[in-house]
Design a protein around this ligand. Structure first.
Ligand code: SOE
Length: 379
């Protein structure tokens, strides 16, 4: 019998659903010492949180997050609320000795992230940040191939995250779902929301980033704020492009925007090494494109690897269906919970920890700083 790990969920938006789904599924597919139990869900709006709790099977609801965090029957808190609330909640969770699973980016800025790291490390509580794309099997496999040295020396790392959902100028800022457009709630725009994913994956695959030069743009300068009903300046970055040096000497090029008409969530990455290259595309997430220069010349070309095989060869896939049948976006969260629970049972940290996510935050802050200073900035 697995031991229960009682989850307290704060928030009920897109990520509240994605994480709840992962908690529900994980024990059916992974054999683990701990099993998540959906103990309580929390939000200010009682009617909405009750509907959410009923839908996912949470046993109870709270409307005050401090009450949830103080409950003796909660072991781990999942922070799925806008970025400006992460710090206060995480620090309180650490004080109460709870394990913490926090949405990305870790915080509004590095200073907040540092306080959060100190709090969890002083308290010795398990902590993790939801950079889920690392656990798409094809991306995990890219990490394995790089760590095996197959690419050799890395020269280039390129990543994009393109969307188009904020092009309309009558889209308000602030409030449910649209808090991502409100700098007071989000901290930044695409840099913290989308590039943070690309940066997390990049640091994981290719090591630390030492310096950056960036440009940002805010195409729509004013939007009505849903909470005040007034037109207010838009203070987030709608688009951001940056170049960087990695500590291993390779060059990085990153682009993110919410103004790429036709693209909904096009996260792509490409890594070029001396011996081989890798490409990955979220819209075709089970495929890893791989080019190996040591292949016989006549047959040399890009391989499209369908990362769905079993026998332990393709990461996570032996837990799902039969070889050849693919999985999707939601499974990356299931994998992250599975890894978290396995680490929790052993008392081992599971990456990305708060400290790992702070490295990503340092790059985000340097990128925004560089866009302002128009200079190269050290991370
Ligand atoms: C924004 O549209 C968003 O939902 C991000 O907040 C997520 O982190 C990203 O994975 C998909 O896009």
């Amino acid at each position: 019998m697995a031991k229960p790990l009682n989850i307290g969920m704060i928030g009920y938006g897109f990520m509240g659903r994605a994480h709840s789904n992962a908690y529900c599924k994980v024990s059916n597919f992974f054999d683990l010492e701990y099993e998540p139990v959906l103990k309580a869900a929390c939000a200010r709006n009682e009617e909405n949180i009750k509907a959410f709790a009923d839908n996912w099977g949470y046993e109870s609801v709270e409307t005050d997050w401090r009450k949830l965090v103080a409950r003796d029957d909660i072991d781990a808190v999942d922070i799925c609320v806008p970025n400006n609330l992460h710090k206060e909640m995480a620090i309180e969770c650490a004080k109460q000795g709870k394990a913490i699973l926090c949405e990305k980016p870790i915080a509004m800025d590095v200073a907040e992230g540092e306080e959060m790291c100190k709090a969890v490390e002083d308290a010795g509580v398990a902590n993790m940040v939801w950079y889920n794309y690392r656990r798409v099997p094809a991306v995990t496999m890219a990490k394995q191939l790089i760590d095996e040295g197959r690419l050799g020396r890395i020269f280039h790392y390129r990543a994009n995250f393109l969307q188009d959902w904020t092009i309309a100028d009558d889209l308000p800022q602030g409030g449910a779902a649209l808090w991502r457009l409100d700098a007071a709630a989000a901290g930044s725009g695409v840099t913290g929301d989308l590039l943070a994913h690309c940066i997390d994956t990049a640091i994981w695959l290719n090591g630390g980033i030492s310096d950056v030069t960036a440009m940002t743009e805010t195409f729509i300068k004013e939007r009505t704020h849903s909470l005040t009903g007034k037109k207010q300046p838009v203070l987030i970055d709608d688009a951001c492009t940056f170049m960087c040096h990695f500590e291993n000497g390779s060059l990085g090029l990153f682009e993110s925007t919410r103004y790429a008409r036709g693209h909904k969530a096009l996260y792509t990455l490409e890594i070029n090494g001396e011996n081989a290259s890798i490409k990955w595309d979220l819209h075709d997430l089970h495929r890893l494109e791989y080019f190996d220069h040591s292949d016989e010349g006549k047959m040399r070309g890009w391989r499209s690897i369908h990362v769905t095989d079993h026998g332990g060869e393709h990461p996570y896939m032996d837990k799902w269906w039969v070889p050849g049948l693919q999985i999707g976006y939601e499974h990356s969260f299931v994998h992250q919970v599975a890894d978290f629970l396995a680490g929790y049972a052993q008392g081992e940290a599971v990456s990305p920890t708060f400290r790992d996510a702070l490295e990503t935050q340092r790059v985000c802050d340097a990128v925004l700083q560089s866009a302002e200073s128009k200079q190269w900035e050290n991370v």
